[in-house]
Design a protein around this ligand. Structure first.
Ligand SMILES: *[C@@H]1O[C@H](CO)[C@@H](O)[C@H](O)[C@H]1NC(C)=O
Ligand SMILES: *[C@@H]1O[C@H](CO)[C@@H](O)[C@H](O)[C@H]1NC(C)=O
Length: 369
């Protein structure tokens, strides 16, 4: 409590720092007055904590704070006891921190005023359900929903055109949530501490780099599961009841895939080398290689599209640069011509008037000596 009021005084002082000495004395008097009003507050409400709460409800400190980070307008509403998304913030915000509040359910229009939101942090709340018809900000890139009570996540979020990172750790998610085809350009999926029993089957994910499924109930991983993530770099399988069938080569294949693809695996390959020799001659299953190749194909197609687009952009910008030069050139020529004709006109006028005076002079009778 005391800290808070001291901080508030400091803020007051900051504001008045640039003013004259006269104001400083007024500020001092004001601080004294503020102390005088706060002290009885503590006395009345007994424990400092209760007065802290009272202060919080009355003071603007409950308001969300704005800040800029690399030209990104962000708002910090975390830890403010909010039970819904504030609707009257600056509508241009790009990042919203709502962690550690009391959010329970999110109405579908919760983010309607914020069209530019790209980073949304809703971690450490009590969200148990997300509306099926949730209107997510269109350009959302990062969504943090970790540490909530979610049993399911409506699939629409995985179709957002810019979504790159989704944090869903510490929820109650089951396999069913991920029987979908993710179309977002997803790079990171954090599913640690949920109730999955298998690697999520979310379709070919050529951009997925990081998958965290630690602290789940996964007992089985196959190369078919992993082949659809052909760019995967990190796979965390820590604390899962993994059990490979010792009568076939599944563990060998799994281990080979991990080492061939140079995937960083945690907590390390779970099988011993004994079976390796016998399995060495067997290749990966057809399903594995097919999935992997299809995933690589998607990357190739995307790269080609990107190249085509950049070629177009180059062509279009060259043409527009040429047009701009042309217009500027024409304008310069026009201006010069105008200037020249103006000069010519004044010269003509001048010579005409000169001629006139000469004529006039000529006509004048000669003055007698
Ligand atoms: C995966 O998630 C767990 C639990 O949140 C965390 O401790 C671990 O560091 C994560 N793994 C990686 C590779 O980031
Ligand atoms: C796997 O692929 C090979 C070569 O393409 C083919 O000969 C074989 O029949 C396939 N096996 C299965 C089970 O599809």
């Amino acid at each position: 409590m005391l800290f808070k009021s001291v901080r508030r005084l400091h803020r007051l002082e900051d504001r008045t720092q640039h003013l004259s000495m006269k104001f400083l004395t007024i500020n001092g008097a004001f601080s004294l007055m503020l102390c005088a009003t706060i002290v009885p507050d503590v006395l009345v409400h007994g424990s400092p904590q209760s007065s802290y709460l009272v202060l919080d409800q009355e003071q603007p400190s409950k308001k969300c704070g704005y800040s800029k980070w690399h030209s990104l307008l962000q708002v910090d509403c975390s830890n403010r006891g909010l039970d819904k998304i504030p609707q009257k913030l600056n509508s241009n915000i790009q990042a919203m921190y709502m962690a550690s509040n009391r959010l329970r359910d999110l109405p579908s229009d919760s983010f309607a005023p914020y069209k530019s939101l790209a980073y949304l942090y809703l971690d450490d709340n009590f969200i148990g359900e997300i509306d099926e018809s949730m209107e997510y900000p269109e350009y959302l890139q990062v969504l943090d929903l970790s540490k909530n009570g979610l049993h399911d996540v409506p699939s629409s979020v995985f179709d957002l055109p810019s979504l790159k990172k989704i944090y869903l750790s510490k929820n109650k998610l089951k396999d069913g949530t991920f029987d979908i085809n993710v179309t977002s350009p997803i790079e990171l999926i954090d599913l640690a501490e949920n109730s999955l029993t298998k690697i999520p089957s979310v379709g070919l994910q050529p951009s997925l780099l990081y998958l965290n499924v630690s602290y789940n109930k996964i007992s089985h991983v196959t190369t078919e599961d992993l082949a659809q993530f052909c760019s995967l770099q990190t796979l965390d399988l820590t604390n899962n009841p993994l059990a490979f069938d010792p009568t076939n080569c599944e563990c060998y294949h799994f281990a080979s895939w991990i080492s061939e693809r140079k995937i960083k695996l945690m907590p390390g390959v779970p099988c011993n080398n004994d079976t390796f020799e016998a399995c060495g001659k067997l290749g990966f299953s057809n399903e594995t290689t097919t999935s992997f190749e299809r995933c690589l194909d998607v990357i190739k197609v995307r790269a080609a599209q990107l190249k085509a687009r950049s070629t177009w952009i180059t062509v279009v910008s060259c043409i527009s640069a040429f047009l701009v030069c042309l217009v500027v050139g024409l304008y310069c020529v026009h201006k010069r011509n105008k200037k020249r004709s103006k000069k010519l006109k004044t010269q003509q006028k001048l010579t005409a008037s000169n001629a006139n005076t000469e004529l006039l002079n000529g006509n004048l009778p000669e003055t007698p000596p």
